[in-house]
Design a protein around this ligand. Structure first.
Ligand code: MN
Ligand code: MN
Length: 480
């Protein structure tokens, strides 16, 4: 009797799936390109600390690469043809950038949609007051922050005053090493007996996030509120504004300083606002690097208001995207029809490019390890988000996930899957659900983070690079 041959056990015949660290899978060319992409990303995120700045910095990069303002075409009625590169900004906060593809609008677009608003602390409309020999700025936080994390760290002030005549005064204080910064005080441990008894969410209350802004009284003799007045005088001499101008201002308090490399091996990036400028930038960079004419129109979105539910005129729950798509249809086809618009939206494919949570060895109990994104295991594809029984999730189809597998595997993209924490541990959402309304195929796909929504968030360089590589492969894909 002939001896049975042993079953083959080479990797290609292994039936099991075991995610691997990306450094074991990336090519030397990948690792080199990874450093270049991360360097460019760190430069961008160091300048783009607000949604307005993210929009403006992106437009600089787009214009340098030959992209033109789509609104000029809308005004002139000049049609767009395959290969044309355009961008469309809304209120200087939400940006759409496009490379027109060979296929007509009705065939759908390939969309990579990220957001550029990040959790932060906004100034109230009437913020300036004084108490205890200090000038202070009253605040109202934006997005889901753990308030205790924002005290005693150097903070910068970014934003705009808009005068009744429309004149805009932009300011950024705290980023240049010669600038002053701002801060929020915390209680000394010696007197924190009562504070220690409170929960983390109550230890620093929302009204306890007022920002220290000055401590010198004005020399004007008869002036009341001398500390507050001295700040007003400084603001007036430098920016030409008075207290009333705070009423029509958007001033944001963000962590001061530049992103930094982390670790002896410099393999990670610590920065404010990874969520979600990391995916937004990776998408933008992929579009900038898209060579030739794509089969399907490639579209990158840098959205505002995601962190407060995508509401508002610049959020994806509004009709903003649909309106922009209407303009695009009008500029790319001989005739406009509602049916063509709906077909184009429904036939689109989208990567909802937002961050996810990484498995954190400091907090293992909140994650199901085999269904959690791991640092530097590549860009993370998330079939569903939501809370409890997937509530609020758009839950991508298996068919669409198969397409993404094909695209990523064919193009050497290191990727993984990951769910946001254990079932019933909490949850979250992205812009995916708002885009899925059109019947388009959408799946969440982005970079995993440690310390999401903290003043400084931590991401892996290889994950950042693989997001870029994945988005580029997706935009190039011809659905074949
Ligand atoms: Mn996000
Ligand atoms: Mn977020």
């Amino acid at each position: 009797m002939k001896k049975k041959t042993a079953p083959r056990t080479s990797a290609s015949h292994d039936l099991t799936y075991a995610p691997k660290n990306g450094y074991e899978r990336a090519t030397p060319a990948d690792l080199k390109h990874c450093e270049e992409i991360n360097k460019a990303y760190m430069e961008y995120i160091g300048k783009a600390k607000t949604e307005r700045e993210a929009n403006d910095e992106a437009i600089l990069l787009l214009e340098a690469a030959g992209f033109r303002d789509m609104r000029d075409y809308e005004v002139s009625g000049t049609k767009l043809v395959p290969g044309d590169k355009v961008y469309r900004s809304s209120e200087g906060k939400t940006l759409m950038a496009l490379v027109i593809g060979r296929q007509p609008f009705e065939a759908g677009m390939h969309i990579v949609g990220g957001h550029t608003d990040s959790p932060r602390i906004d100034l109230k409309q009437n913020p300036l007051y004084e108490n205890g020999g200090l000038a202070l700025l009253d605040t109202h936080y934006y997005g889901g922050i753990k308030k205790y994390q924002w005290v005693t760290i150097p903070l910068a002030l970014h934003g705009v005053f808009v005068k009744p005549d429309g004149k805009k005064v932009s300011l950024s204080i705290g980023e240049d090493p010669s600038d002053p910064v701002f801060c929020i005080t915390d209680l000394l441990p010696h007197l924190a007996a009562d504070q220690y008894k409170k929960s983390l969410s109550e230890g620093i209350p929302g009204e306890g996030l007022d920002v220290v802004a000055g401590s010198v009284p004005t020399s004007e003799k008869d002036r009341k509120e001398k500390f507050k007045y001295n700040v007003l005088k400084l603001l007036n001499s430098k920016y030409g504004v008075k207290e009333e101008d705070f009423l029509s201002a958007e001033l944001e308090i963000v962590p001061a300083g530049k992103p930094r490399e982390v670790g002896f091996d410099r393999s990670m990036v610590l920065a404010y606002g990874h969520d979600d400028r990391v995916c937004a930038y990776a998408g933008l960079k992929a579009l900038l690097d898209l060579k030739g004419v794509p089969e399907y129109t490639a579209c990158v979105l840098l959205c505002d208001k995601e962190e407060i539910g995508s509401v508002g005129a610049t959020g994806m729950a509004s009709n903003l995207f649909e309106n922009a798509a209407s303009e695009l249809l009008n500029l790319t086809s001989a005739s406009y029809s509602e049916l063509a618009l709906k077909r184009g939206l429904q036939n689109s494919w989208m990567l909802s490019a937002d961050v996810n949570a990484l498995f954190d060895p400091m907090f293992p109990s909140v994650s199901d390890k085999k269904n959690s994104a791991m640092l530097n295991h590549g860009v993370c594809v998330t079939k569903y988000t939501g809370a409890r029984g997937k509530s609020g999730s758009s839950d991508a189809s298996a068919e669409f996930l198969a397409h993404i597998r094909r695209i990523f595997d064919r193009n050497g993209v290191v990727w993984q899957t990951g769910e946001l924490g254990k079932v019933d541990q909490g949850g979250g959402g992205t812009i995916a659900q708002f885009m899925a309304r059109y019947g388009m195929k959408v799946v969440d796909c982005g970079v995993g983070l440690f310390s999401m929504h903290a003043p400084m968030e931590l991401a892996g360089k290889l994950d950042i690079y693989m997001a870029y590589k994945g988005y580029l492969a997706f935009m190039k894909d011809g659905r074949k």
